[in-house]
Design a protein around this ligand. Structure first.
Ligand SMILES: [Zn+2]
Length: 579
């Protein structure tokens, strides 16, 4: 569904002292490798194992460094896991893999996903498929019965728009199913949550509780909280959730990479890594256990706690990169938390929420730049986007952009006058094609027919030379990169609706769509020299698919492309069916 950024699951409350002890040579040395530059060499999962490998008899596609499509029929992988050549022949001592004529593409890079929320989903109640409140209540009842020992029931994925509810769900809606223990369910976009009465009691929320800055407690006509909390108000309840253990956090990373490799993702830019997440990623990368490259965006808290200590352009053969800090300026359209310049078309008294004061945004952007980090700011509404553009402009005037390719995450509804500023400031638009087709009906209700012209405006951005890095915002939207490419190219949903595409003049070409999920996603992560295309000297990260997305069989759509093999660093990490 809509935009936005899943609130990360809570993490163990490590103090800076504890964290630094773990990072150093003390307590954590047994499980954590030394930082790059240290004496210890990180293990790596890369390489073919023995000699070179030739994957032959494939219909290969890659972009060149210049972004042109090139075809090839075989790929030679050096023992170190890098591409040695295309259209090569097997020499002596080369192991041969027969691709049986299948399509081979560069591995997909999700330029904006939430791997921790995605990994946590496996152990939570998943409401993302529910079509009505009643269905969700049934799912909650079944989950509660199956998990009698859980002290809290947590879940995510509801969407009152899809339910046709015409309002947010309430504590009473949940109480009729579970009243003996707290329940906390986040909306599909991560920008709202609903609590039952037991959870409200634990959190101490009453009619006297004030709305926090950048948040809203939904109330009834008498001022009583109904149970739904928007954006920054969510913390009133979510701060009471039991903290996961380090092992829970590790499990989330492992679950996420396994599921994402299976849909063709070999790299992800994680839009919110906290200190504990960083520790786990570094441990897994260092031990050679990561099978998905992670470009981790530190949360503001993690940046202020440990940012000076953890910055790295490449750790463990490019498996981990930490050079970006994530900020939020506003909320999401679905919950009317996106900050708009003029009121919502379907709520004339409401212009949305700012999650941060503009002066504080300016201060943070400057502080991040000064530490040599790339900035990535979540901005959905046209006011949110304008404030971020203003903040960049002011900061660049003072210290320059330092060549760090700063980003706006989502850039979903942008005033037409502001679109050229993306180019002028040389910003990357980090966008999620499936949001357009998930949101199309809701978005136009929220902003009306005029403002929608600057919404999900890929063509306007591409034509002015702005780089679009595409992602899914998983678990907010479908993680399938080929579903993202389908949305990018057709501007339709899985069923092909609406016929002809929604504002189809903003569509991408198939090559642009591939580029935004590979080379340009890598560019946005400063990794275009090592991944993003299959060229000699880059890592052999690729997928073998069951369909040709550039020559679709009759009656098939691009989103139906299935993954048969996934390779990372010259090593096969997934086998999902016969070639
Ligand atoms: Zn997000």
């Amino acid at each position: 569904m809509c935009e936005a950024c899943a609130t990360p699951p809570p993490s163990p409350n490590l103090t800076r002292a504890q964290l630094l002890r773990l990072l150093g040579v003390g307590v954590g040395a047994a499980v954590l490798p030394a930082l790059p530059g240290g004496a210890a060499q990180a293990a790596t999962s890369h390489g073919t194992g023995r000699g070179p490998v030739l994957v032959e008899n494939v219909r290969g596609y890659t972009l060149t460094r210049k972004g042109r499509l090139r075809e090839f029929s075989s790929i030679l992988i050096a023992p170190d896991g890098k591409v040695a050549g295309l259209d090569a022949h097997a020499g002596r001592g080369v192991r041969r893999v027969n691709g049986k004529g299948r399509v081979l593409l560069p591995g997909m890079h999700d330029a904006h996903g939430h791997l921790w929320s995605y990994g946590a989903l496996a152990s939570e109640l998943d409401l993302s498929g529910t079509r009505s409140l009643a269905e969700a209540q049934q799912a909650l009842a079944a989950y509660a019965a199956a998990h009698p020992d859980l002290t809290w029931i947590t879940g995510r994925g509801w969407n009152q728009v899809i339910w046709g509810l015409g309002r947010f769900p309430t504590a009473a809606d949940l109480d009729v199913v579970v009243s003996d223990r707290p329940v906390w369910l986040t909306r599909v976009d991560g920008h709202a949550g609903v609590a039952n009465t037991a959870a409200l009691t634990v959190a101490g929320v009453t009619r006297d509780t004030q709305d926090p800055a950048g948040g809203q407690i939904i109330r009834d006509a008498d001022g009583n909280p109904t149970g739904t909390f928007i954006d920054n108000a969510m913390g009133l309840v979510s701060s009471e959730l039991p903290a996961p253990t380090i092992e829970d956090v590790r499990q989330r990373a492992l679950t996420a990479q396994q599921k994402l490799n299976a849909v063709g993702i070999t790299s992800i830019s994680d839009a919110g890594t906290d200190a504990a997440g960083y520790l786990i990623l570094r441990e897994l990368a260092g031990a050679g256990t990561l099978t998905m490259r992670v470009n981790a965006f530190l949360s503001w808290d993690a940046f202020t706690e440990v940012g000076a200590d953890v910055r790295t352009d490449s750790f463990a053969a490019d498996m981990l990169r930490v050079r970006t800090v994530k900020l939020y300026v506003d909320g999401a359209l679905g919950s009317r938390g996106a900050a708009l310049l003029q009121p919502y078309s379907d709520d004339p008294a409401n212009t949305g929420l700012l999650r941060i004061e503009p002066e504080e945004l300016d201060r943070r952007v400057l502080a991040i730049l000064r530490q040599g980090y790339q900035v990535a700011v979540h901005a959905i509404g046209d006011r949110g986007n304008r404030l971020v553009l203003d903040a960049y402009e002011k900061a660049f005037r003072r210290v320059g952009d330092r060549g760090l390719r700063h980003r706006i995450e989502h850039a979903q509804v942008v005033a037409l006058d502001d679109i050229p500023r993306f180019k002028k400031l040389d910003l990357i638009a980090s966008m999620q094609p499936v949001h357009a087709t998930d949101d199309m009906n809701m978005a136009e209700d929220r902003v009306g027919p005029e403002r929608i012209k600057g919404a999900y405006a890929w063509r306007k951005l591409l034509d002015q030379g702005t780089v679009i890095a595409s992602g899914s915002d998983l678990p907010v939207s479908s993680a399938l990169p080929f579903e993202g490419m389908h949305a990018a190219v057709t501007r339709t949903d899985r069923e092909g609706r609406p016929a002809g595409g929604w504002y189809s003049e903003e569509a991408m070409t198939p090559v642009e769509a591939l580029r935004s999920f590979t080379l340009d996603a890598a560019y946005a992560a400063h990794q275009e020299r090592v991944i993003g295309t299959l060229e000699p000297g880059k890592w052999a990260d690729f997928v073998i698919t069951d369909m040709d997305p550039f020559h679709l069989p009759a009656g098939r759509a691009m989103w139906q492309t299935g993954i048969l093999r996934t390779w990372v660093g010259g090593r096969q990490v997934g086998d999902y069916g016969d070639l």
